[in-house]
Ligand binder design. Structure first.
Ligand SMILES: [Fe+2]
Ligand SMILES: [Fe+2]
Length: 367
């Protein structure tokens, strides 16, 4: 599939010599890899947003207006800029960057598939229309990243990925918690990178980062949609569900923290430190989530921070044990998994901060 392409100078990234390597990475199902989801369409169909009608209609008008309709096209300078800057990257940085692109295209496409499937399988006009708009946006995002992978000669066959990647079933409320968080954290990640490279244009080693500002406004709006759905159904935010919220927030935060610490060079190249970058992203995300979640994790608590670093350390030790293989390797992995589970439980039981929910739900992407 890559015959018409012109692989970039400097050769392939280590570990990603072909489209097959990239496809394998995208299909991976691990604790850290982005997943594809399916859900209960009947329950989705029954969602009522009438308690937030005014804010909902204003949001739908924004989707309709589609202010990013012309954004996801490469300009003339893109190819040249990409070729020039990528030629200068070390093989290790190329690997981390490709890894970042594959994870990103997989999670963008995951949203595209889920939203599309929901739209196809329900009649509820509000939710159907919303899902169509979001699928439209995510398909643009995935396609745009895939073009940059094709520059490396390793574009992902998204049709094949859709057919062959494993799907995880989540009931709607879990979809709302998880997807809301991933949209908002996606916004926080993209805007933090964009602002950093705005201040340090010499560190912008690939043109794709120039697209992040308008791009992340789409993610922000997707998050707003789930915020409105949850606020229209307040039982999702009360009682025992608060524990589910806590669980999902921690899962999303910990996954990002561990995954980002596998890419120190990517962040260094942008003049960022993985740890500082992640605390910043979590601070923004937690601030935003006050629009909908009655609790936020205390990410400044030194014990929380120690626990997150411990998860990074355990994940590295598990990788090393996996590489070692054999009985000893398996035992080491099992040992680390037990400690990681325990650490996660400890993080889950740390005190959280409680909030009153604001009357006006919607926020502006002002970071
Ligand atoms: Fe997206
Ligand atoms: Fe999104």
């Amino acid at each position: 599939m890559s015959t018409e392409l012109h692989p970039l100078p400097g050769g392939p990234a280590p570990g990603f010599a072909s489209s097959d390597d990239a496809a394998r990475k995208a299909k991976e199902t691990t604790l850290l890899s982005p997943r594809f989801y399916t859900t209960d369409f009947k329950a989705m169909d029954a969602i009522d947003v009438s308690p937030v009608r005014a804010e909902w209609d204003a949001m739908m008008a924004e989707y309709e207006g589609d202010n990013n309709h012309d954004h996801f096209q490469r300009d003339a300078a893109f190819g040249e800029e990409a070729r020039a800057s990528l030629a200068a990257l070390t093989p290790e940085l190329r690997k981390e960057f490709v890894d970042f692109l594959i994870t990103s295209v997989t999670s963008e496409f995951s949203g595209c598939i889920l939203y599309n499937e929901i739209a196809k399988n329900i009649e509820n006009p509000d939710i159907k229309q919303l899902m169509r708009f979001m699928a439209r946006d995510e398909s643009r995002h995935a396609g745009f990243i895939n073009q940059s992978l094709r520059d490396f000669g390793i574009g992902i066959d998204l049709g094949d990925l859709k057919r062959t990647k494993k799907y995880t079933y989540f009931k709607p409320k879990y979809i709302f918690y998880a997807t809301y968080l991933s949209e908002k954290i996606g916004y926080a990640r993209y805007i933090t990178i964009f602002r950093q490279l705005e201040r340090h244009p010499d560190k912008r080693f690939h043109p794709i980062f120039r697209w992040f500002e308008r791009w992340c406004n789409d993610e922000f709006r997707h998050g707003e949609s789930f915020a409105l759905i949850m606020r229209a159904n307040p039982h999702l935010l009360q009682g025992a569900n608060k524990l589910w919220i806590r669980f999902f927030v921690l899962a999303v935060y910990a996954t990002m923290f561990v995954r980002d610490h596998t890419r120190p060079m990517l962040h260094n190249a942008m003049g960022l430190d993985s740890t500082d970058y992640d605390w910043k992203v979590l601070e923004i995300t937690s601030e935003i989530t006050k629009q909908v979640f009655p609790i936020t994790l205390d990410t400044d608590n030194p014990e929380f921070r120690r626990g997150m670093h411990r998860l990074v350390d355990l994940s590295k030790r598990m990788e090393a044990a996996k590489a070692r293989g054999g009985l000893i390797g398996s035992l080491q992995r099992a040992g680390c998994a037990v400690v990681a589970g325990w650490t996660y439980l400890r993080l889950f039981t740390l005190p959280v901060k409680s909030h009153e929910l604001p009357d006006q739900i919607r926020l502006q992407p002002s970071w």
